[in-house]
Design a protein. Structure first.
Length: 72
């Protein structure tokens, strides 16, 4: 499945990996901006305006996902 997505829909694969490695809800992920990603600290901040519980949430970036984010 991963190989097929890589060849046919790499954006969908990236979206699925983000959900899998960060446990971010799909709606929260859709509203993230690049400014919410801190590659120096390897964190993603889900702002309270986007989070389901209305609280800002810092999420550590998994090592396996950091390579994907570096490509951006």
């Amino acid at each position: 499945m991963s190989k097929w997505l890589q060849e046919n829909d790499p954006y969908c694969l990236f979206f699925v990996k983000m959900i899998y490695f960060t446990c971010i809800r799909p709606k929260e992920l859709r509203f993230l901006r690049l400014s919410h990603i801190d590659m120096k600290e390897y964190t993603i901040t889900v702002p309270g305006t986007v989070a389901k519980n209305k609280k800002s949430i810092p999420i550590n970036i998994d090592v396996r996902l950091s390579g994907e984010l570096d490509k951006m």
